[in-house]
Design a protein around this ligand. Structure first.
Ligand code: 26A
Length: 347
């Protein structure tokens, strides 16, 4: 049952089950994938999932980037703070996702597709790299009409902050724009992530239609570089790119645009576009952890976004929110996959 008073944070994207195993160069070569990448599966990749399960001792882990972010934000926020929306199938993979969210205290309002199976993401770990191959299946069947159902729309109306993963640009721009328009018209907060280099590269028009609505635009260094390259900016300096992202046209003039670029172990860069036309830039060193404590970095960016978003939901400053993001990312990379330690650690 949804909480009568609603959930302050509403997240939308693609619910996926991660099939994560350790690979090697031969496996990467066999499926023609890069060591560190995120792509949509083509026919040649379809054997990867069984291969990982049969031959690579793969684990099934709840995934889907924004679903990881939702679980991360709820890890920090008081009970009943987060609702997550996306489309799953009618199968045991959906049950695993529902269970994982329940355990994390995230309320799910899934659209359930009768035909397609729940989406999956093959994750091949090689050292500190991870290659993700996603077969969206049911996740691709999300429809804006689901969001408009009275019971679901009432959750939208009760939320104060929206978090949408950029990966959803491949699924339903109209659904994203419903949330974005609601945010602008009611002066609520709209947070969006670039998600992966292929988003600015191959979904540029879709991305350009959503960016004007963003109050917080989050990406990592490769996503920022790909954005700049595909928009013909001719700049490769991360701080300069962050500044330019912050000053892109914006629908809601009541809130400044903030661009946040993470860079692995290098400092996180933020740029805030001020009303007077100036841009304030800051750098935040990451929370370092010993190399031997790193389990895998899959989901580190989602965890950062989760901690950061939790800070924003709680009305914390940008400095505090970035620090919360970095803290949660440092916890997540010590776990297997996009997970958070239990018993819960406190910030
Ligand atoms: C549309 N695509 C490609 C995707 C994803 C995705 N989540 C949503 N849509 N491709 C990979 N992921 C998720 O990213 C997490 C790590 O950041 C994986 O499921 C993984 O949990």
């Amino acid at each position: 049952m949804a909480a009568a008073q609603g959930y302050p944070l509403l997240c939308l994207e693609n619910p996926l089950l991660d099939i994560q195993g350790v690979g090697d160069d031969d496996l990467l070569k066999q499926y023609d994938i890069k060591a560190n990448d995120a792509i949509l599966a083509e026919d040649k990749h379809m054997g990867l999932y069984e291969d990982l399960l049969q031959n690579r001792d793969a684990k099934l882990i709840a995934g889907g980037a924004a679903q990881n972010t939702a679980r991360g934000a709820q890890y920090i926020l008081p009970e009943n703070s987060v609702v997550y929306i996306g489309c799953v199938g009618k199968d045991k993979y959906a049950d695993i996702l529902t269970d994982a969210c329940k355990k994390a205290g995230v309320y799910t309002e899934y659209r359930v597709d009768d035909v397609q199976p729940t989406g999956k993401c093959g994750v091949v770990i090689t050292g500190h790299n991870r290659s993700m191959v996603t077969h969206l299946a049911a996740a691709n069947e999300y429809k804006p009409e689901h969001l408009q159902q009275p019971n679901v729309w009432s959750l939208v109306e009760k939320a104060q902050v929206y978090y949408v993963g950029g990966y959803h640009l491949t699924v339903s721009v109209p659904a994203i724009l419903l949330l974005a328009e609601e945010a602008v018209s009611k002066n609520k907060t709209f947070i969006f992530s670039l998600s992966a280099p292929f988003i600015p590269q191959f979904f540029k028009d879709q991305l350009d239609s959503v960016v004007p609505y963003t109050d917080y635009l989050i990406g990592n260094e490769t996503e920022a570089l790909t954005y700049a390259e595909n928009h013909g900016w001719g700049i490769t300096d991360i701080t300069e790119i962050a500044k330019k992202l912050a000053t892109l046209p914006k629908k809601n003039a009541q809130r400044p645009r903030v661009a946040i670029v993470t860079q692995g172990t290098l400092p996180t860069v933020t740029a805030v576009a001020k009303a007077d036309g100036s841009v304030e830039v800051k750098e935040y060193p990451v929370h370092e952890i010993a190399k031997e404590k790193i389990n895998d970095t899959n989901g580190a960016g989602d965890a950062f976004a989760g901690g950061f978003t939790a800070g924003i939901v709680q009305g914390k400053t940008l400095d505090e929110s970035v620090d919360l993001g970095q803290w949660l990312a440092s916890l997540s990379i010590q776990e297997l996959g996009p997970s958070y330690p239990f018993p819960k650690q406190t910030y």
